[in-house]
Design a protein around this ligand. Structure first.
Ligand SMILES: Cc1cc2nc3c(=O)[nH]c(=O)nc-3n(C[C@H](O)[C@H](O)[C@H](O)COP(=O)(O)OP(=O)(O)OC[C@H]3O[C@@H](n4cnc5c(N)ncnc54)[C@H](O)[C@@H]3O)c2cc1C
Length: 385
């Protein structure tokens, strides 16, 4: 059986290693971090991601540690609904509703399925070279590893993506995001199984929150602002409270009640969709191949979807390169769609005044049949087609 290397123990890399091991491949994951301590934030896993975990036979353990959301509601600061996703209808069609889950818990739970000795931490990949049939990976500690195939699941700043697409720059969405988790916290009982995203009339200003587990709540805020800035840790809570002054009291309460030391600030970048994920026996996967802004809540789900399709192709195709090409053919359209739609969503949200009013009017009046088509497109996984 062929030997493989996965670079990066994020959501994409770990799911890929699990899917490949289930097909009998000998795969080792190398991760730059010394510990699996993903950022303390939440992630919303849509039904497509959960369907893949179900196919891998591991979904129930994630349902247990996350929180299922029966309604996703986008509304304005006056509580007027802009659009919503009814979990009951989605569950009927797609078996699952969106699951809110702590990133670190998700990552650690995935890691429990990696066999002993097959997840090596503290190994930062800096380069790779290829011979006819093999790939050698170089690590920062001057060690190397050789395998028949390598999958780079090393995120938006991927070493291999930079080598393969030299002139590609990251694209700033215009928005910065603040994320935080409140421990030992529950939402009012009428909001417990719901996720709310609230749109202000100001450029790029949104706040969203949901229960993340029985006793944790996750909240994020976005705003239109230049990238590369830093928070003043001593004023950050007041700064966010001022920013969100027009929002519903619950948003202000979440900000007021959070511990400012856990607030994470991230500038939201992606890169324009690329058509080249392959270099002979190396492949880009997840954000390394198709980074997306988080407006559709699909980045992690797309990385998870990649895993299943790749394992399918590698297990049935005679050469690695042929499997990679088939994989790219099967995944490129949907991932490009997600990246482009999500980026447009951010730009639409970066409007203000009359443009924003018109945009909200259109979204509010989009026929249900069109919305349903979009959900079907996102939530249907490749093996269901
Ligand atoms: C603010 C925000 C909110 C989001 N919310 C959602 C959401 O609700 N739902 C959703 O589906 N998606 C969401 N996403 C997107 C999601 O987080 C990513 O799409 C997903 O994490 C991609 O997984 P990945 O494994 O491809 O990359 P990553 O998660 O970036 O993992 C890459 C891994 O590779 C490691 N690595 C990097 N370089 C090297 C190297 N040189 N050598 C070894 N290891 C290396 C990193 O340490 C990391 O562990 C959000 C993103 C952001 C920024």
């Amino acid at each position: 059986m062929k030997k493989g290397i996965v670079i990066g123990a994020g959501i994409g890399g770990l799911t890929t290693a699990i899917a490949l091991a289930q097909k009998g491949f000998d795969v080792t994951v190398y991760e730059q971090a010394a510990q699996l301590n993903e950022v303390g934030a939440g992630v919303w896993l849509a039904p497509n991601g959960l369907k893949v975990l179900e196919k891998l036979g591991i979904v129930n353990e994630f349902l247990e540690i996350g929180h299922e959301l029966e309604l996703i509601s986008i509304k304005d600061t006056n509580d007027v609904t802009i659009t919503q996703i009814d979990g009951k209808e989605i569950r009927k069609k797609h078996n699952f509703v969106t699951l809110a889950i702590h990133r670190a818990k998700l990552q650690k739970q995935l890691a429990t399925h990696i066999p002993e000795g097959k997840l090596i931490l503290n190994k930062k990949c800096v380069d790779y070279t290829q011979t006819n049939n093999q790939v050698t990976v170089n690590f920062q500690d001057n060690t190397t590893e050789t395998a028949d195939f390598v999958i780079f699941a090393d995120g938006i700043h991927s070493v291999a993506r930079k080598k393969l697409n030299k002139n590609l720059n990251l694209r700033y969405s215009g928005q910065t995001c603040w994320r935080f988790i409140l421990d030992n916290y529950t939402l009012p009982s009428d909001q417990k199984d719901k996720m709310f995203e609230i749109w202000s009339d100001k450029k790029g200003l949104r706040a969203a929150y949901s229960q993340l587990s029985k006793n944790q709540v996750y909240c994020y805020i976005t705003n239109f602002i230049n990238p590369g800035q830093q928070d003043n840790k001593s004023t950050i809570k007041n700064d966010l409270l001022n920013l969100c002054a027009d929002f519903q009291p619950i948003v202000k309460k979440l900000i007021a009640d959070c511990d400012e030391s856990v607030i994470i600030r991230s500038d939201l970048f992606d890169f324009k969709p690329i058509n080249n994920w392959i270099d002979k026996n190396i492949l880009l996967l997840g954000d390394a191949a198709h980074a997306t802004t988080p407006n559709l809540g699909q980045g992690a789900c797309q990385a998870i979807e990649d895993a299943l399709v790749l394992a399918d192709e590698l297990s049935k195709t005679s050469t690695i390169n042929e499997a990679y090409v088939n994989f790219q053919n099967r995944r490129i359209e949907k991932t490009h769609y997600v990246t482009n739609t999500s980026f447009k969503f951010a730009q639409v949200n970066n409007t203000t005044g009359i443009s924003k009013k018109i945009m909200k009017f259109f979204i509010r009046n989009t026929p249900k049949s069109i919305n349903n088509k979009q959900f079907d497109k996102l939530y249907t996984i490749d093996s269901e087609k």
